[in-house]
Design a binder for this molecule. Structure first.
Ligand SMILES: *Cc1c(COP(=O)(O)O)cnc(C)c1O
Length: 428
């Protein structure tokens, strides 16, 4: 009989089953679709959807690292997953969805305008394009290869140079580096399109001075705060401080879709950014497409994040770290501390040190053993002297555990595995 069911019915049933699966029987979201009893019947009859990780042989892991892009950053909370699944069921006009989303987010996040982008890096590209083109259709079509007569300089402090400069350079600009206030004041020319501030890195020129001087020259200031929530209030702190455009990553602390982000700020610049974005085809942003599922997922993630509480999140993360620390403390010479990075990833992390004369292993070996064990566990990349973002400590015999992306109960597993692996390396 299965072949008699229409394709559409099958898709409907499958997605209902997915939603039911994420909430349990009688959960939210189902009633509006088909009624609980029909959905419950479907749950028995229809497949739950194929687990493609299993089918492809890609093994998932316990995320004791944090929100790292190469580790797929975060998982969406159930209510966000449900909103995405619902959005996937119906077509809408993409422009109308962007328009409505922008209004909704601007109000919630207390700024002039908002755009859901395909990530913080995309927000940086679109913000730069906005500052160069300012709504001029011809300029929009010309960048990045024909910059004649267009502004093509972005001023940045030397300490704020980073790999994401490329997202601005995609628009045909060059980065003008400054170190002192005097150099900054002298760097403005009639070619200056924008300035960029890397929010997580303290640099000689502070935020307020940076904004004031740029505004004296009528130049907009971009702030890349991609990884800088929590606190929740950072979603409006920087626009209210005077930054004209602010970017956040959607898939990091907000736990939205990984291919989503927020561009927030001045309404005129947000409107100008949109003109450079998909679905407009002859634009620098055509490849930065966000689909309806991601747009809705981003909005749902903002709603979810706004419903959280900074103090409660911090308390929960400290408790997780402490449960792991309690296990590790049983290993001779092991010492633990809780470290909270100052701006990016501003949440409690567990840092473990030990005497490598007594515990004969390196952080890298521990990282490898956990990665290859059952279940797989990914420790923070700073472990063993790896790349340390956000000011995390890093050395050959330092282990860093990011606890904020753990699922309930996983802290116990991580603590047990760390204790086993360290204990096994103890010199007798
Ligand atoms: C993660 C990050 C980005 C990129 O964010 P995406 O959402 O992955 O595009 C940009 N800037 C900074 C500072 C980041 O930490």
């Amino acid at each position: 009989m299965a072949e008699k069911i229409s394709r559409r019915k099958l898709i409907e049933r499958t997605s209902q089953a997915v939603i039911v699966g994420s909430f349990g029987a009688g959960g939210l979201g189902v009633c509006g679709l088909a009624g609980v009893s029909a959905a419950a019947a479907d749950r028995k009859a229809s497949p739950r959807g194929v687990d493609y990780y299993e089918k492809l042989g890609v093994e998932s892991f316990i995320n004791a690292a944090g929100t790292y892009t190469f580790l797929t950053a975060s998982t969406m909370p159930p209510e966000v997953q449900a909103a995405v699944a619902l959005a996937a069921q119906k077509p809408v006009n993409l422009m109308e969805l962007h328009e409505a989303t922008g209004k909704y987010l601007a109000e919630k996040l207390k700024c002039g305008g908002a755009l859901v982008t395909s990530g913080a890096a995309a927000a940086l590209t679109l913000g730069t394009a906005a500052c160069i083109t300012l709504g001029d259709k011809e300029a929009i079509e010309r960048i990045p290869t024909d910059m004649a007569g267009l502004k093509n300089e972005v001023i940045v402090q030397k300490m704020h140079r980073y790999e994401y400069d490329h997202a601005m350079r995609n628009c045909g600009v060059k980065v003008v580096e400054v170190e002192t206030m005097e150099q900054y004041k002298n760097a403005f020319t009639d070619k200056t399109a924008m300035t960029n501030y890397f929010n997580a890195v303290e640099a000689p020129i502070g935020r307020e001075d940076w904004i004031r001087v740029a505004h004296e020259h009528g130049v907009p200031c971009f702030n890349d705060a991609a990884a800088d929530v929590p606190p929740i209030s950072n979603l409006w702190n920087y626009t209210q401080m005077g930054f004209d455009l602010v970017a956040f990553s959607g898939g990091k602390g907000m736990r939205g879709p990984q291919c989503a982000g927020l561009l927030l700020g001045r309404k005129d610049l947000i409107d100008a950014a949109r003109l450079n974005n998909s679905p407009n085809s002859d634009t620098v942003g055509r490849g930065l497409k966000v689909a309806k599922e991601e747009i809705v997922g981003m909005v749902a993630a903002v709603d979810w994040f706004l419903s959280q509480d900074d103090a409660a999140m911090e308390k929960e993360f400290r408790q997780r770290a402490q449960r792991i620390a309690d296990q590790v403390a049983k290993v001779p010479t092991a010492k633990t501390q809780i470290f909270v990075p100052p701006i990016a990833n501003h949440v409690p992390h567990l840092v473990i040190n030990y005497d490598s004369g007594k515990v004969r292993t390196t952080g890298n070996e521990v990282k490898k053993k956990l990665r290859e064990g059952k279940p797989r566990i990914e420790l923070n990349p700073a472990t063993g002297g790896g790349p340390a973002s956000a000011g995390l400590p890093s050395s050959p015999d330092t282990i860093v555990v990011g606890v904020w992306m753990l699922q309930p109960g996983e802290d116990v597993i991580v603590g047990r595995r760390l204790r086993e692996v360290l204990q096994a390396a103890v010199q007798s």
